[in-house]
Design a protein around this ligand. Structure first.
Ligand SMILES: [Zn+2]
Length: 367
């Protein structure tokens, strides 16, 4: 076991940029968050933050290793975060987590910036993944809207069915590529910065154009493609259904009809302040009372805010401001766009703001 590697599990770990190819255009807002020169849209519209998940892009776009986060600071040579976690699971993830989830971080965090409307799709549940994919994770997800593009007048997301549709009828629409009718079947929910949307596995959904968000997901890249044609790619039939028989895969789509009231109550989550310290606060954006799959918090640091890892790993993204994170072995400068993996072994630490810090904190599946 490498002692210098073990040492870095006692400190916050700076993550290298980790953009991932996808079949849609976007990413300008990520460039902007990171302070890159000439922010622009491309087919790299997502940043997978602290990811230990291989991206499963279709066909010729599959690239081994894509999606896996790399550590390049404080180590003799760059190493994948996944391999550090596998060597030191308890230091990185905490003893309780390891008992429940092994060395799987049980979380996937993304910055996602869609320039165009994304295709309608859905994700498998844990039970489906266990039975058909030999995996213990499905892909429940949640969206935390950071910004919408000013030129988009009515930013929205599409989620859940608002009308009844039989499975054979829906399949027919898919095969006919009847996008308009498929969109009409779904709730169109207006969104703005600060909104939180919970996307249960199985629920059909699509992100509208011009939305920049943090996305939390179960750690997998399983998508069931319901709308096969998008500007940058047309999916083959066998790429749409997770490699399984279409009817088997489509059986996981949630055909429940939601009323607008049910969407507001069950799928749009109300953030709540969970603690205050002076003028600073920690806001729970989505907690384990909604899903055991993950939790998202926002730290608002006016001057200082103390925190503790509480024997679990977490991922931090600095969304705004400037300052530092002071821990037991030193300090790390913070500014917009900095991404950190915070090992469980870090323990108590404190944020200090030079200009007001806003930090997204992502926590893994409940242990
Ligand atoms: Zn999705």
């Amino acid at each position: 076991m490498d002692a210098s590697l073990k040492r870095i599990t006692q400190t916050p770990i700076v993550l290298e940029p980790n953009r991932v190819w996808r079949f849609y255009d976007g990413g300008k807002m990520i460039d902007r968050l990171k302070g890159l020169a000439n922010p622009k849209d491309s087919l790299y519209p997502e940043e997978w933050v602290g990811s230990c998940v291989q991206a499963s892009n279709p066909g010729v776009h599959f690239r081994k290793g894509e999606g896996l986060a790399v550590i390049g600071t404080g180590v003799p040579e760059p190493i994948p975060l996944k391999s550090l976690i596998e060597q030191f699971p308890e230091e990185m993830l905490g003893a309780k987590h390891v008992k429940t989830h092994g060395s799987n971080p049980a979380l996937l965090v993304k910055l996602l910036d869609a320039a165009i409307r994304l295709i309608i799709h859905a994700h498998p549940s844990k039970a489906f993944a266990r039975t058909h994919l030999n995996d213990c994770f499905g892909k429940t997800e949640a969206w935390f809207v950071l910004e919408t593009r000013p030129e988009v007048e009515d930013p929205y997301v599409l989620i859940a069915f608002k009308d009844e549709v039989s499975r054979p009828r829906y399949k027919e629409m898919m095969l006919m590529n009847n996008t308009e009718e498929m969109m009409r079947l779904m709730h169109r929910v207006p969104v703005k910065a600060g909104d939180v949307v919970y996307v249960k596995a199985g629920v059909p959904h699509a992100i509208g154009e011009g939305i920049f968000m943090v996305e939390l997901q179960e750690p997998s890249d399983y998508s069931i493609i319901l709308e096969q044609t998008c500007p940058a790619y047309t999916f083959r039939q066998d790429e749409c259904y997770l490699g399984l028989d279409p009817d088997t895969t489509l059986s996981v789509i949630d055909h429940r009809v939601y009323s607008p009231e049910e969407v507001r109550r069950e799928l749009v989550i109300k953030p709540k302040v969970v603690r205050r310290e002076g003028e600073s606060a920690e806001v729970e954006l989505l907690g384990y009372d909604t899903t055991e799959c993950f939790s998202g918090h926002r730290l608002e640091v006016k001057k200082t805010l103390s925190d503790a890892t509480q024997d679990r790993g977490s991922i931090l993204i600095v969304l705004d401001g400037e300052g530092k994170l002071v821990h037991n072995h030193g300090e790390i400068p913070l500014k917009r766009g900095v991404e950190l993996f915070l090992p469980a072994a870090v323990g108590n630490h404190e944020f200090e703001a030079r200009s007001e810090l806003t930090i997204f904190k992502a926590l893994p599946a409940q242990a």
